[in-house]
Design a protein around this ligand. Structure first.
Ligand SMILES: [Zn+2]
Length: 300
């Protein structure tokens, strides 16, 4: 039963809630997955309407890089943003945490090229946001609704956005390796707020899921200058015989991580359009092609 004056989750999303920023800043340091470089990152409150944006504080004139689709530069194994000559890489886990917790406006100062990987999940970012606190700002978050399905395919992989009453993300993966196999996860936020802490919240169900890799591919990636900062401490690794560094945090931790990546990539739309997002065996590239098509669709 719903008490008078109480809103359901879909009503709250439909009516629009106030934009939010952090109540105070926080700082984290760590190595980037691909660069292997140690970086310091500070997330600070930002004014209403400012959006989420990076500032390369190590470069002359401290250039800003908006966390928006127009700034997507490349998507090989992680999402890299670039504005003029300044770039920032592997933005997806931090942005997923900010967007899923409803932090619309944030200034992210970074003194290097890549966001720290932390433990390979978004848990550290979620905890930092919850500790920093948040404030409502005097403008509603925009609400965009999808009226037509959008569908993109690449081989047997696909991404889709379907008209829906409430926001939902569903992801499937299928690997030959028995350790992973076929996995699915579906997640619908009750609210985009740091307050959401139930077992189905982003903080509990999605944020703890770590990056994963296949042992036989790691050497080739290293030889290409990638994953220099990757280790058994910040990524789940498996081979034919199973996981090299158990235990898993969820039996389907890999697909939950893919869902986390999808949330982070779609956050580059600025707001999440109300839709059911569905991805199967997809990649950052497909996630972002969907976001671009969606953006074109919704702005006409
Ligand atoms: Zn990821």
């Amino acid at each position: 039963m719903t008490a008078v004056g109480e809103q359901t989750a879909s009503q709250r999303l439909a009516l629009g809630v106030a934009q939010q920023s952090l109540a105070s800043g926080f700082e984290r340091s760590g190595v980037g997955l691909h660069s292997g470089e140690s970086v310091r990152l500070r997330v600070l409150p930002a004014p209403v309407g400012a959006g989420r944006y990076f500032v390369r504080v190590d470069l002359p004139d401290q250039p800003q890089i908006p966390a928006q689709l127009a700034a997507v530069y490349q998507t090989r194994l992680s999402t890299e943003l670039r504005h003029h000559a300044a770039s920032v890489r592997t933005v997806e886990h931090l942005l997923a945490a900010l967007a899923a917790l409803g932090i619309d406006n944030a200034r992210i100062e970074i003194d290097g090229v890549e966001v720290p990987l932390l433990d390979g999940s978004a848990q550290g970012w979620v905890e930092a946001i919850q500790q920093a606190g948040w404030v409502a700002q005097p403008q509603p978050r925009p609400i965009r609704r999808l009226s037509q399905p959008i569908w993109l395919q690449s081989g047997d992989a696909f991404v889709a956005a379907l008209p829906a009453a409430a926001l939902r993300f569903t992801y499937g993966i299928d690997f030959e390796l028995a350790a992973i196999g076929n996995q699915w996860q579906s997640w619908a936020p009750e609210a985009l707020s740091p307050d959401a802490r139930g077992e189905d919240s982003f903080a509990a169900a999605i944020a703890p899921a770590r990056t994963f890799g296949l042992a036989h591919q790691l050497e080739a990636l290293r030889q290409q200058g990638l994953i220099r900062g990757g280790s058994l401490d910040n990524a789940l690794v498996c081979d034919e015989s199973g996981w090299l560094n158990p235990p898993l945090r969820f039996s389907n931790e890999p697909v939950r991580h893919k869902l986390l990546d999808l949330v982070g990539d779609l956050s580059l739309l600025g707001d999440f359009p109300v839709a059911h997002f569905l991805a199967y065996k997809a990649s950052h590239e497909l996630h972002l092609r969907l976001a671009q098509q969606l953006d074109r669709c919704l702005s006409h």
